[in-house]
Design a binder for this molecule. Structure first.
Ligand SMILES: *Cc1c(COP(=O)(O)O)cnc(C)c1O
Length: 410
């Protein structure tokens, strides 16, 4: 074998040996709790009940959104034809940005928004543009990979602060005399489900004259009375806030936005390379997102958020009663749709996943490096489209899976 190929193959083999090799499944049908999937290595598809999507409101396969996407394609075609600054910026993109700016106006004075192809790109854009060579970025330890990569791309120095530790962050900010300080945190931690102390972070940002960049990927659509996310839920307002919301999770489509004071947005249009040097998303996507926003803030969104809350309560109450008494598996303290069941060992996480598989259930096993070593977990993600019976099935199957004896560790 070519020497260069051999090096790569060795790494893959090593991952396999440590139960860390990732494999993909193929979805044969639309995103929904019950889905026909072809699992890695399998030849025949199976119908599975899934608890791993980020489609928290169950909008990803909503007929009104499919219809809006088709209508958008009929009106604007499929391709945008260029980047936003050249000719790819359509009326649909402009309408969506205007709408999202209005949504965030109660929380950010003079708010505007900017639409991105993905949340990953929005995070690269914000941190690399604001984090110039004179800046220092204060980054929460459990931040999403896209924020970590954004901080790497920035010319700013990066300091990590301990998870949710406002005191430590306060001391770090006080010791820093950089002219630009940027605090950056997930609003809802994606592998843990709990909510960051955003009000405390904002108080520190005010005290130390810093920006506060909040990634609300898992809060947008879900948190807050009308689904505007963490800022609405926590009733925060400040010119220092730079909010990233993603539109491929609860919003059920694709893309992301940055909302901030108009000067920040004007600056990003000039300086954010992941905005400037890429083809604008299809206008039809922006067109569909306008319908998604209407669903999220309307009666249907209200109903779906209430359903999701009911499923969260059901799962937490049910699991607490059946978890092993020896403490070998425990439920993270999470109020959101993300409900991790921590089992510790990588192989045990994989085995639990396989045992659930035998029941026709799909739950993602999350292992290092996505989570810290020794905290491998099943990341149970609930959706408004899960029924009470779906969640009862998961609780029952998990009870059986965890009660079975484990093979001796290899
Ligand atoms: C999913 C996610 C992103 C990336 O968003 P995409 O639109 O999927 O690229 C960014 N931040 C967090 C916290 C996420 O969970």
């Amino acid at each position: 074998m070519l020497r260069l190929l051999e090096r790569l193959q060795d790494e893959i083999t090593a991952l396999d040996a440590r139960s860390l090799r990732r494999r993909r499944q193929i979805a044969e049908t639309a995103c929904a709790p019950e889905q026909i999937l072809t699992l890695a290595g399998a030849t025949a598809p199976r119908t599975m009940l899934g608890f791993s999507s980020n489609d928290y409101l169950g909008l990803a396969a909503h007929p009104a959104l499919a219809e809006a996407l088709a209508e958008g394609a009929a009106r604007y075609g499929t391709g945008s034809g260029g980047s936003h600054l050249i000719l790819g910026h359509s009326r649909a993109h402009a309408q969506l940005e205007e709408r999202l700016g209005e949504w965030m106006a109660p929380h950010i004075p003079d708010a505007r928004s900017l639409f991105f192809c993905t949340g990953y790109m929005a995070n690269l854009a914000v941190l690399s543009a604001l984090g110039d060579g004179e800046a220092v970025i204060f980054s929460e330890t459990l931040n999403h990979a896209s924020l970590i990569d954004g901080a790497r791309l920035a010319r700013a120095r990066v300091e990590r602060y301990p998870h949710c530790d406002l005191q430590a962050l306060d001391a770090q900010l006080a010791a820093c005399d950089a002219p630009v300080k940027i605090i950056v945190s997930d609003a809802v931690f994606s592998m843990d489900g709990h909510i960051a102390p955003v009000a405390g972070l904002l108080a520190l940002a005010e005290q130390h004259d810093a920006w506060l960049v909040i990634d609300d990927a898992h809060g947008f659509g879900v948190l807050g009375a009308t689904g505007r996310g963490a800022l609405q839920a926590l009733a925060l307002r400040s010119e220092r806030l730079v909010l990233i919301g993603t539109l491929g999770k609860a919003a059920g489509v694709s893309g992301a936005f940055v909302a901030a004071h108009r000067t920040v947005i004007d600056f990003l249009v000039q300086r954010a390379r992941p905005y400037i040097f890429t083809t604008a998303a299809p206008p039809a996507v922006a067109h569909a997102l306008l319908t998604s926003l209407a669903l999220i803030e309307g009666e249907e969104g209200m109903r779906r958020r209430a359903q999701l809350r009911a499923r969260i309560t059901q799962l937490r109450n049910g699991l607490k009663q059946m978890l092993p008494a020896d403490g070998s598996a425990w439920l993270a303290d999470s109020p959101t749709a993300i409900q991790p069941l921590i089992v510790g060992d990588n192989a045990r996480a994989m085995q639990t996943m396989e045992r659930l598989d035998a029941h026709g259930l799909r739950v993602g096993a999350i292992r290092p490096p996505t989570v810290p070593a020794g905290t491998a977990r099943l990341r149970i993600a609930l959706s408004a489209s899960h029924t009470e019976a779906d969640v009862a099935r998961l609780i029952g199957a998990l009870g059986e899976a965890l009660a079975e004896p484990w093979p001796e560790a290899a």
